[in-house]
Design a protein around this ligand. Structure first.
Ligand code: HEM
Length: 237
């Protein structure tokens, strides 16, 4: 659980950096270029299949662990000390994980599935380096493969417009609320999970604990908040 969890946490950081391209006012050029890179680079494509397997492994093992813990505690403690000896996040990792899994299923069927198998329109972006602020965008049809040509004077990118799909999704307030609430589930899950992963790996040392705690705050608070800003910002703009 700790190794797969830490891998998934590192994916979140990379995913966030890519998704922040959505906030650029460039008609989706940077984000669509990033999506082309992520879906065509052979190394990243291979890592992606590993990622799907690790999500399933982490979820299945985590659910089995939650069920096992419930079973072994068939006889209730005489005194339920509740918050005084454990934070509620640590007692509800199974529920938080299930909410996150449901989020990933909805999320991937919306963005990932429509990008790979749906009817996403194609765009052609042309940028003259002498005037990079001016991006020429055209909708084109009859294309089946993305193209990225960079010359000394200009760049031409032909890509599926995933930016448009994300923009459409986040114009619906229900999706915005769903995303923001799901980011809170990630926040609470990582609040316990990140530090606990190091504990499980036996990394508990006064010298490293402050660093792990600070990294934990970045991972459990800053990263989910930064993710949550994206749908809210796109809805408002
Ligand atoms: C505002 C928040 C988010 C946005 C806008 C967003 C956007 C996207 C988009 C556009 C894709 C499809 C393109 C691609 O494969 O890169 C994608 C894929 C994916 N997203 Fe997100 N995402 C967000 C948050 C999250 C979170 C919090 C998680 C995990 C808990 C997550 C998990 C995934 C996974 C597993 C994939 C498939 C990645 C792959 O094929 O390599 N996303 N996301």
């Amino acid at each position: 659980m700790s190794l797969t969890g830490l891998f998934l946490t590192s994916f979140l950081v990379v995913h966030l950096i890519g998704n922040l391209q959505l906030l650029k006012a460039d008609s989706g050029f940077s984000f669509n270029a990033y999506a082309v890179f992520m879906t065509t680079n052979p190394l990243i494509k291979t890592v992606s299949w590993g990622l799907y397997a690790i999500i399933i492994l982490h979820a299945v093992k985590g659910l089995a662990l939650a069920v096992e813990n419930k079973k072994t505690r068939n006889v209730k403690y005489a005194v339920d000390a509740g918050n005084s000896n454990s934070h509620w996040t640590s007692r509800n990792m199974g529920i938080l994980g299930t909410i996150i899994l449901a989020f990933i299923v909805v999320h991937m069927s919306d963005f990932w599935f429509s990008y790979k198998f749906g009817e996403t329109p194609w765009k052609k972006y042309t940028i003259e380096f002498a005037n990079p602020e001016q991006i020429n965008v055209e909708e084109i049809s009859g294309v089946t493969k993305s193209v990225n040509i960079v010359s000394e004077t200009h760049q031409v990118l032909i890509a599926k417009d995933l930016y448009l799909k994300v923009k459409e999704t986040f114009s619906n307030v229900i999706f915005v609320i769903f995303y923001v609430l799901s980011m809170f589930a990630i926040m609470f899950h990582l609040w316990h999970g990140f530090a606990s992963a190091f504990q499980s790996l036996g990394i508990n040392h006064p010298k490293y604990n402050p660093l792990i705690r600070s990294l934990g705050i970045v991972m459990a608070v800053i990263v989910p908040l930064a993710f949550a800003i994206i749908p809210v910002y796109m809805f408002l703009n």
